[in-house]
Design a protein around this ligand. Sequence first.
Ligand code: ATP
Ligand code: MG
Length: 353
Amino acid sequence: MAAKAMGYKVMVFDTVKDGPASSCADLTIVAPFDDTDALGRFAMTIDVATVEFENIPVEALEFLEERVPVHPASSVVRICQDRVLEKEFLRDHGFPVAPFRVVTSAAELAVALDELAAPSILKTAVLGYDGKGQISISQGDDAEVVWAMLGAPRAVLEKRMSFDSEASVICARSVNGETACFPVQANVHRNGILDTTVAPASLPPEVCERARAAATGIAEKLGVIGLITVELFVLADGSLVVNELAPRPHNSGHHTLETAMTSQFAQHVRAVCGLPLGPVDLRSPGVMVNLLGDLWRGGEPDWAVMLREPGCFLHLYGKEEAKPGRKMGHATLLGTAPEAVNKALQLRERVIR
Ligand code: ATP
Ligand code: MG
């Protein structure tokens, strides 16, 4: 939608018919990611390719890369789609991460649990999102049982960090290496799923400066073109731990549609199309609340509650079925914390039938 607004024609490559992006694209190819005929036709039609999520087979991106610029590059997507590679990349480049061990069997898990000797979280290496593919482990839990429960061949065991708060920074890096970070935003997760984002985060300016420096450093070390979102834990002493990376627009940046001089989506398009990056200043502080399928428990929610509220912007994604924990939409309310947060949470309660 951001690319269309800038006058570009958009072609979507998707593996399923009627995927969300197709509804606003000029052209769509529906084919599996290993269909090189289809990928070839795609490459012949477009000037530049980008990705909307990171779980695309790297081989498909490599195939495209031989024919057309792909931003972010397959090398970036490869790292960001695999927790093991991501953690190792961060650690090897000196960015702070939670103590972790790579685990590929119950026996390795047992050793890793002994070594970390702390409450920890086991996360699948690939295809986890919204807290899926994660198991929280407490002292005394049985490695065999936990490993069987995870049901994945590779995983990362991570120390459970006791943080003061969570934050994220979205950094854009353009074709010519220009970088720009949006203001740091504060995130609250519930059940491993992002619940609310407050922008800007009310953290000390010095902490924000370090967060933005880390995000810029990660963007440069990765050589990403496009956006990189860096999720962070803020510890009690103000130090930062990088949780994970996403090489794309991020849920915690959806508020930029209304709060920022440039939305994260427009910024992504600018970055991958070789345009100057846009200003990242906020026009207004704001709060984003996610709208999960749980809100549908009494039927279609009463959206009029939000639509009547000045400064409230409702976004629904048009997903067919509302399931608990499924992200169905979000709402952004302009205003400052804590008042705007309370108001947004109240509005979200009141839409339930
Ligand atoms: P998404 O991709 O949707 O952001 P995910 O499923 O990849 O989520 P993570 O970001 O790894 O999962 O974790 C989700 C949330 O779980 C974190 O934002 C944090 O609240 C909590 N969490 C994850 N790892 C840790 C940790 N090591 N210590 C403490 N809390 C953690
Ligand atoms: Mg996360």
